[in-house]
Design a protein around this ligand. Structure first.
Ligand code: SF4
Ligand code: SF4
Length: 85
């Protein structure tokens, strides 16, 4: 993803979305794992508070979520939006 360096991060549609109904409140696995400040504990649940702090192309936290509650845009859509990647 090195060629994305010239694109402002805010212009890149990449980051997690939590499906609240699937998220098990109190699990915190994604929150504890990610060191980028993407997640925070808000009103008794894990929330995405800084989506653009997510590393473009990373989806590690989604693979750790046993509830399958974390979704990302597809890599295919990312490549379509930024063809030089
Ligand atoms: S890892 Fe999954 S179930 Fe756990 S807090 Fe995060 S989104 Fe919710
Ligand atoms: S994909 Fe990586 S950088 Fe993004 S929120 Fe998950 S662990 Fe953090």
């Amino acid at each position: 993803m090195a060629s994305l360096d010239q694109v402002p991060r805010e212009a890149i549609d990449w980051g997690p979305t939590i499906e609240e109904a699937a998220c098990r409140d109190g699990c915190r696995t994604c929150l504890d794992f990610c060191q980028n400040g993407v997640y925070a504990w808000v009103d008794g649940k894990t929330c995405v508070v800084q989506r653009t702090a997510c590393i473009v192309g990373c989806s590690h936290c989604a693979s750790l979520c046993k509830s399958g509650a974390i979704a990302f845009p597809s890599l295919e859509d990312l490549r379509k939006a930024h063809p030089r990647t």
